[in-house]
Design a protein around this ligand. Sequence first.
Ligand code: EPU
Length: 423
Amino acid sequence: MAKYEIIGGTPLSGEVVISGAKNAVVAILPATLLVPGKCRIENVPDISDVRILLDIMRSMGASVEWAEPGVVEIDCTDVPYGEPNPELVRKMRASYYLLGAQLGRYGRSHVALPGGCAFAARPIDQHIKGFGLLGADVEETEEYVAMEPGPDGLHGQRISLDVVSVGATANIMLAACLIEGQTIIENAAKEPHIVDLANFLNTMGARISGAGTDTIKIRGVKQLHGGTYAAIPDQIEAGTYMAAAVATGGNVLVQNVIPKHMECITTRLREMGAKITEFDDAIRVQATRPLRRITVKTMPYPGFPTDMQAQICVCMVLATGTSRLTESVYETRFFGYCSELENMGAKIKVEGKTASVVGIGDRKLRGTTVHAKDLRAGAALIIAGLAAEGTTYVKNIHYVERGYERIIEKLTKLGAQIKRIEE
Ligand code: EPU
């Protein structure tokens, strides 16, 4: 098991280049199953979630190659129907996209239930509801989901989601691309990675409109075709470096971002007192403490992302006064990191969906050993370690390595004292 050793106290300074968006790429790669022909995907982050997914696709019979750093060429033309390796599927969350992709390609599917960060109950009832409305007979057990065409066959349908779900929206899009007729998803998720998946599929010949609004229309086509597509930059990775810059009182140019995607985060960091300058594809973040207290409520896009909850919480810990942080997507997410931050000197009181974060003002957090319990919690503990005095050891870093490409290298370039140590 490896851990990170962080000697805190250095303000981050310099430039960091953001990688391709994890949550876009983990949907785009399964989507290539729908394509007879070669897909060249650019801006692919080399992170463990992507590597697992590529292993799954290889084991299904896809030809997969890293053509160059950040570029994957994948050809699923000859992939026969079959259950993807359940052991690999259980290692990550986004393997659930194989359900929609298999249903779209073969008219049936059999995939083990996914794993991934277990910071909350993460039901997939809306995915199942969508597949059922598209005409599939769905069998769901504690181990797997299996689907066959129902008595009327598969057909386009109007599907109104009961909750705004990224996964269900993407999965229904995947299934519907090649199904005859028009599918309309109402109450759809609007996240940038939903738009990116739709753009990828349209580049390969799909007819999807409305992605980025709450109503997405998919007109089924007979066949897709190969092509080249570059994934968007990762909104959450960018937000994490922005929060790290603010927490350490640094001055960082965050490059390869889409500033529009960052607005929900930029606004909050400005409220805390950070100076943020937007360029075409970069954002400069400058901050000095004391930071001001703020109120944040996580919401689906364009709201403040739940995947930035833990990182902004660290900034709140370092502010003056009591901030309020309300989680409206995954209520139990606080439990992944608040007690660890408290071990470093933070004072956080969680009551139901809201945390009251008592800022430490001019004082410092103190380094100690902390345990990451999920990906974003791990990122937050790294930020806390960078801002703390003394040495912080972050354990369970396999969570962090799921989603942050070359994090040690990027932080070191910004002047951080951070090392990966094998135990
Ligand atoms: N929900 C249901 N039923 C469903 C699906 C979702 O009740 O069938 C609920 C969830 O319990 C949650 C809400 O709807 O309360 C939103 O869940 P969503 O389906 O949007 O989440 P997800 O697709 O499983 C993706 C990201 C997560 C991110 C969430 C919210 C991927 C692979 N994962 O998960 O990313 O937190 O959307 O934005 O895209 C991360 O990157 O660290 C991460 C956890």
